[in-house]
Every structure is written in structure tokens, then in C-alpha cells.
Design a protein around this ligand. Structure first.
Ligand SMILES: C[S@@+](CC[C@H](N)C(=O)[O-])C[C@H]1O[C@@H](n2cnc3c(N)ncnc32)[C@H](O)[C@@H]1O
Length: 291
């Protein structure tokens, strides 16, 4: 068991390795592993994404492309892999859409899209890209554990590292996505590969020595100087994901573990060619709502 967040009793910074966050840790905050509730994590993460959205888009926007659908830092492109199948004429929900690059690609390929995200600042970037590309993505500010949309109204749902890597209660989020899907609808989502949690979040060889138990689910967190939680990222094992998908009533069609592409040198947080040669960084689940 990990420690529990309790500002009354102070905090102990005992764990030197970082977690598996999708973007780099903010240097002024103390990283550690600590038990937090899903509500605490979501409140912290909303603030974190609002604060960090500008630098995130500045750092990764060019790689993501304003109208492009990348599943992961390995550069897996939906235009090549077609994990969603045919999207033209489909009604598609993007979960944790950020600046809506994936939604914009879907719309430009004939889909009717609705996108939602927890962070208003990320959605402001989405609006900025609407204006720059003349492709308008309808957005809602919402959390994946309480999607404010009607049941059985989408043919497809997708999420490229959106929402799910940051949620403790993944069964609830998956159940919500399943609820808005029509029978037979597919939900494809990418997350940090669970194996990554064993290693320090370091793209160099130093990040190749196992440092934590795969079975320790204590979330990675960051705490500010006042003792407030500012960021949380949970760990779920592969078995946890499979169980949660099943409990949400969805079935797994495929699990894609992208290999690092030869010749790609770009480092994204803990992802890069050195570790990519040895361990997977991303898991892409292709799931389906039964007919
Ligand atoms: C890494 S971005 C993914 C967006 C885009 N695919 C990309 O690669 O930039 C993660 C997004 O998930 C959003 N997010 C985090 N927790 C969420 C939640 N509980 N519900 C909805 N969105 C959430 C964040 O605000 C952020 O915009």
C-alpha cells in the first residue's frame, strides 16, 4: 500500500524515481507515489492541464499536426493503421480531446465529431485550431467519468492518451463511453503501456533498470510547496485494463503494442529510441460494444 494524501500530517518525499507522465514533470513540484481518490486526482489534473496546456501545445503541436491523428509518441498514425475502420459517415466521440487534432482529422475524413476534455485551456487551443484550419470541432468541457451526452448516440469513440491515463476509476470511465456507443460500436484508446511503470521515467539507458513493482498501483503524484496535490497519474496493470473493459460490457478485439520506428529520434518525455528498442511505451486497446 502507498501513503495517503493528508495535508494535516505533512508529506514525506521518499521515492526518488519519477512516474510515467505523458509530459515532463514541472520542476518546482515534488514527485512521489501516494494514495489519492479519483476526485482528488481529477481536480488536480484539471488545474494541471489548464496551467500546462500552452507549453504542451508549444512543445508537441508540430509533431501532432493541427489536422492529424497520432495514437502515440511512436508516431502511430490512424491514416496508416485504420484501427477505427471506416470513419466517413460515422458519428464519432473523442474522449480527452485536448486541442482536437484527432477530431479535426476525423472531420476532414467525413466523420461527424463531438469532442470533450476536462481542461478549458486545452479546449481554448482546440478553438484556436478551429480558426486556423477552418475545421470546427464541436467541444464540451466534461470528465470521462460523467459524460454529459445521450446514450447510444455514437458509432465510434476514440482517445489518444486522452483522459484514461489520468483516471483512477477506469471502469467507470469505460462504462460511460460504452453507454454512449451504439450496439456494435468500437472504442479505441491508447494509454501508457503498463510495463513502463516498472522503470524510472527517463528516456535514456538509466530508464531501463526496473525500480518499482509492476503490482504496486500507488499513483504517481506531484505536490506543491503548500502541500496541495497538483497532478496525479495512476497505474493499472494489463490485467486491470482487461478486467475494467469487461466489467464495462465491452470486448477486446486487439491489443496493439507499437514498436519504436527505425530512424525516429524524437524524444517525448520518457519515450524515445533508446528505451523504445527494449520495452513498449504504448498500449492501444481496440474494444467493441457487443451487438
Ligand atoms: C495527452 S492529452 C491527449 C489529447 C491529444 N490526443 C494529444 O495527444 O495531445 C490528454 C488530455 O486528457 C485530458 N484529460 C485528463 N483527464 C481527463 C478527464 N478525466 N476527462 C476528460 N479529459 C481528461 C487532458 O485535459 C488533456 O487534454
Amino acid at each position: 500500500m502507498g501513503k495517503t494524501l493528508n495535508p494535516e500530517v505533512g508529506l514525506h518525499l521518499s521515492v526518488p524515481v519519477l512516474g510515467c507522465r505523458y509530459r515532463r514533470p514541472v520542476q518546482t513540484r515534488q514527485p512521489q507515489f501516494l494514495e489519492v481518490s479519483d476526485a482528488q486526482a481529477q481536480a488536480a489534473n484539471r488545474g494541471d492541464w489548464d496551467r500546462e496546456a500552452d507549453s504542451y501545445q508549444a512543445e508537441h503541436g508540430e509533431f501532432l499536426r493541427d489536422t492529424g491523428f497520432l495514437w502515440s509518441p511512436e508516431g502511430v498514425d490512424e491514416a496508416d493503421v485504420r484501427l477505427l475502420g471506416e470513419v466517413a459517415g460515422s458519428r464519432v466521440l473523442e474522449v480527452g480531446s485536448g486541442a482536437g487534432q484527432c477530431s479535426r482529422w476525423l472531420q476532414s475524413n467525413g466523420a461527424e465529431v463531438v469532442a470533450f476534455d476536462l481542461s478549458w485551456r486545452q479546449l481554448q487551443h482546440s478553438r484556436r485550431l478551429d480558426l486556423e484550419t477552418s475545421i470546427d470541432v464541436p467541444t464540451v468541457c466534461a470528465t470521462a467519468t460523467a459524460i454529459p451526452l445521450a446514450a447510444a448516440t455514437f458509432d465510434l469513440a476514440c482517445s489518444a492518451f486522452g483522459a484514461l491515463p489520468f483516471i483512477l476509476d477506469i471502469e467507470r470511465a469505460l462504462t460511460e463511453v460504452g453507454r454512449v456507443l451504439r450496439p456494435g460500436g468500437r472504442f479505441v484508446f491508447s494509454v501508457v503501456h503498463p510495463l513502463r511503470w516498472v522503470f524510472p521515467d527517463d528516456p535514456t539507458e538509466a530508464g531501463l533498470t526496473a525500480a518499482r513493482s509492476y503490482f504496486d498501483r500507488t499513483p504517481y503524484v506531484e505536490i506543491d510547496d503548500e502541500g496541495s496535490l497538483t497532478y496525479a497519474e495512476p497505474h493499472h496493470t494489463l490485467g486491470d485494463w482487461i478486467s475494467a473493459i469487461g466489467a464495462a460490457g465491452l470486448t477486446v478485439e486487439r491489443l496493439v503494442e507499437p514498436e519504436w520506428p527505425p530512424g525516429q529520434d524524437r524524444v517525448w518525455g520518457g519515450w524515445g529510441p533508446v528505451r523504445g528498442a527494449f520495452v513498449p511505451g504504448t498500449a492501444i486497446f481496440v474494444t467493441r460494444q457487443p451487438d
